[in-house]
Design a protein around this ligand. Structure first.
Ligand code: UD1
Ligand code: CA
Length: 457
């Protein structure tokens, strides 16, 4: 099987009211157009022709930075004269013996399964259409069938008779062709219609006139053919997609407290007996080990959570790597480069960044640990700050195994605390502390007896 794909994405997207090209608006964290291109890659398309017009430079810039696993050919349609015209811009480059699939950049959830079936149908017959029966066919092209049920034409809403408007089977816009035939039929398209456009859909009547049988596949999945014209449609499709994903997880053995309140925007690897509470957002690639529990309102971005970890409510983790048995939050913020050993405890209002924290260590309250290396069995008291930034450069703090840091301590980096050392509460530590020593760096307490408070005059 040898298939090329043409993706139409030249439309203006007026109803998005956006400076961002419509097809770069995201669904489940990924541009709509990337979903479409991924489907094309999934069916092993040889060449992908992307027809763009409005804001093509922005679309190009995006895919220069996020390349796909296939040859992407850029085709400019300077004037939007219709879907037929858009396909005409790409068709000449395609070999006659190929199968061509026409997709829309704003129909993001098209499935490789349907594309494969259309591909096979077009190989057998020369032309195939993906259709849908719907309660709301308004605005869409209607599928005209003869007495025998064969497709004879597609009529656009604006060209349709009152009788034809009653038809509920619509053209999804997704079609497949033998390339040689397509090129032949494109030559005969005219703009003699209500919109003065070159309609790709007119190829159907032309194929019939040439004695070709028009194959069709009826999808029963509204979402896979849902086109996006405005942000409300995008939001609705996102919800459907998320709920489906959540229900799927539940069926695979994940406890999902409320499938309507879970957002997964990217790949997720998930273990056994994981429990997800409400309003969790996962972005980028995440992995959750076995028996992980995640509380409400947690955001996970590109993080790896080991077995038996518990992430309590309102925590935010990005680029964090947790070994097993860690307990995080509530209200913790783990920033990129946070690496935790087994059974680490990070409590409320603690921020960590680019830091390695060894097994069984605890940072329970109100601390900032950045650019630090913390050994095992360390206890960091409330309000400890690693002063890693001198206003120009970042410096490292090393806290060795078994250290106890008293509350409200400032560790001015670069600095190192030796194994088993203790730091007195309220210290400002500016020089290294030897193993097992007690370091106290604070003003000495003075008590003045018989002190009289000032009185108001
Ligand atoms: C088209 C179909 C209609 C189908 C509907 C499904 C035709 C004539 N009509 O309607 O039967 O029911 O899709 O949504 O094909 N585009 C270009 N260049 C153009 C025109 C369009 O790239 O010159 C792209 C748009 O960006 C969009 C897609 O083609 O991604 C469809 O265009 P749109 O105007 O939304 O569809 P209609 O022509 O209204
Ligand atoms: Ca449309």
């Amino acid at each position: 099987m040898s298939t090329d794909v043409i993706v139409l994405a030249a439309g203006k997207g007026t109803r998005m009211y956006s400076d961002l090209p419509k097809v770069l608006h995201t669904l489940a964290g990924k541009p709509m157009l990337s979903h479409v291109l991924d489907a094309a890659v999934a069916i092993d398309a040889d060449n992908i022709y992307l027809v763009t017009g409005f804001q093509s430079a922005q679309i190009r810039a995006y895919f220069d930075q996020h390349p796909i696993d296939a040859q992407l050919n850029w085709v400019e349609q300077t004037e939007q004269l219709g879907t037929g015209h858009a396909v005409m811009q790409a068709a000449p480059a395609i070999d006659d013996d190929k199968t061509v699939l026409v997709l829309y950049g704003d129909v993001p959830l098209i499935t490789p399964g349907s594309l494969q079936q259309l591909q096979q149908q077009a190989e057998a017959t020369g032309i195939a259409v993906l259709t849908l029966v719907t309660d709301s066919p308004e605005g869409l092209g209607r599928i005209i069938r003869d007495q025998a049920g064969e497709i004879t034409a597609i009529v656009e809403e604006k060209d349709a008779s009152a009788q034809q408007k009653l038809i509920t089977e619509i053209n999804t816009g997704i079609m497949a062709f033998n390339a040689g035939r397509l090129k032949h039929w494109l030559k005969s398209l005219t703009t003699a219609n209500a919109q003065g456009e070159y309609y790709l859909t007119d190829t159907v009547a032309l194929a019939c006139a040439d004695g070709y049988k028009v194959a069709s596949l009826q999808t029963h999945d509204n979402n896979e053919v849902q086109g996006i014209n405005n942000r409300l449609q995008l939001a609705d499709l996102e919800r459907d997609y998320q709920i489906r994903q959540a229900r799927q997880l539940a069926l695979q053995g994940v406890t999902v407290r409320d499938p309507a309140r879970l957002d997964i925007r990217g790949p997720l690897l998930i273990g056994r007996d994981v429990c997800l509470d409400a309003n969790i957002i996962m972005e980028g690639s995440n992995r959750l080990g076995d028996r992980v529990t995640i509380g409400p309102n947690v955001t996970l971005i590109d993080s790896d959570i080991g077995d038996d970890c518990v992430i309590l409510a309102n925590s935010h983790l990005e680029g964090a790597n947790l070994s097993s048995g860690c307990k995080i939050g509530p209200f913790a913020r783990l920033r990129p480069g946070t690496e935790l050993g087994n059974n680490v405890r990070i409590g409320n209002f603690v921020e960590t960044k680019k830091s390695l924290i060894g097994p069984d260590s605890k940072v329970n309250h109100l601390s900032y640990i950045g650019d630090a290396s913390v050994g095992e069995n360390v206890n960091i008291g409330a309000g400890t700050i690693t002063c890693n930034y001198d206003g120009v450069n970042k410096h490292k703090t090393t806290i060795n195994a078994g250290v106890f840091v008293g509350s409200n301590t400032a560790l001015v980096a670069p600095v190192s605390i030796g194994r088993g050392a203790t730091v007195g509460a309220g210290s400002v530590i500016t020089s290294d502390v030897p193993d097992n020593a007690l370091a106290i760096g604070r003003g000495k307490q003075k008590n003045i007896s018989g002190w009289k408070r000032p009185v108001k005059k």
